[in-house]
Write a protein that binds this ligand. Structure first.
Ligand code: KMH
Ligand code: ZN
Length: 275
């Protein structure tokens, strides 16, 4: 059964520089304002990367804790912390993100070339993330950068059991140079592979850069959910920089409504995700 659309906003990421993308929210105040406005537009989940005082990506635990608390106080959004961080972040720091006790956290299902870099996710590390989240009652979002990552997820769940809450939700991150392409054909292939995962597994999708719109449209028509935000694209249309995360969320909401799959509110999203 096709339901409404879960909309996740990923407002910041670890890759863009504030100097090059001034609209990127990097301070706590900027993040909170973005979060409130995106929630009002229809987002239900926020995927969070934070920055330090120089706007550099950081996994500082004190800041992460303060960010989770502030988001909970100002919004009803489901707070999902990134354990992916930046490609340079050590595994120990990425695991320690869970100490900030978010509602959800990302769990990338394997290593992938990431432009000119490598986003390293060793099997033992993935297992550690998954089992620590089970122990702490944190719901994972499994990040799928390539089709083989779905095979890894099948193996993970088979060996170590279902995530906290019992529901499996994956996010197809498409169009990363080195990962799966951001095309309809690839999205359909990825969706078909979900048949090997527990019944009821849901997916969202996001397309990096210029694959953002094709992936959004393919995901909506396939019954999937949406992730949008300046982590993934900073260009709204050819020659037009994104003005704000709200612009991207508003566009996603518009398409979801056109598809007669309106945005899920935060309470509905919690039910869907098993929170
Ligand atoms: N910044 C990328 C290296 C995640 O947040 O879990 C990893 C990433 C995935 O964005
Ligand atoms: Zn991320």
């Amino acid at each position: 059964m096709t339901t409404g659309t879960l909309i996740t906003v990923a407002p910041t990421g670890a890759e863009s520089a504030k100097t090059e993308v001034p609209a990127l929210p990097v301070t706590l105040d900027e993040l909170l304002l973005t979060a409130k406005e995106c929630e009002a537009l229809g987002a239900a989940v926020i995927h969070v990367h934070i920055r330090d005082d120089e706007a550099r990506p950081t996994l500082d635990l004190g800041r992460l804790r303060a960010t989770v608390a502030a988001l909970r106080e100002s919004t009803d959004l489901i707070v999902q912390l990134s354990t992916g961080g930046a490609v340079t972040d050590p595994e120990a720091d990425r695991l320690a993100v869970l100490e900030a006790a978010p509602d959800m956290a990302s769990c990338t299902m394997g290593t992938v070339n990431f432009g000119d870099e490598v986003f390293l996710n060793r099997w033992e590390f993935v297992v550690e993330l998954h089992t620590r989240m089970q122990e702490r009652g944190i719901v994972p979002e499994y990040e799928i950068f390539d089709l083989g990552h779905l095979g890894a997820l099948q193996r993970l769940l088979g060996k170590y059991g279902l995530p906290h809450g019992g529901h499996v939700h994956v996010d197809f991150v498409m169009g990363v140079p080195g990962g799966m392409p951001g095309t309809t054909a690839t999205l359909v292939a990825a969706q078909q592979m979900l048949r090997d995962l527990p019944e009821g597994t849901t997916f969202s999708a996001t397309g990096i850069g210029r694959t953002s719109l094709p992936v959004l449209l393919a995901a909506l028509s396939a019954g999937g959910h949406l992730r949008v935000g300046m982590e993934d694209t900073v260009t709204y249309a050819k020659g037009r920089p994104v003005e704000s995360n709200m612009q991207l969320v508003a566009r996603a909401v518009g398409f979801a409504q056109l598809a007669q799959r309106p945005p899920l509110n935060t309470a509905e999203a919690r039910v869907l995700l098993g929170l």
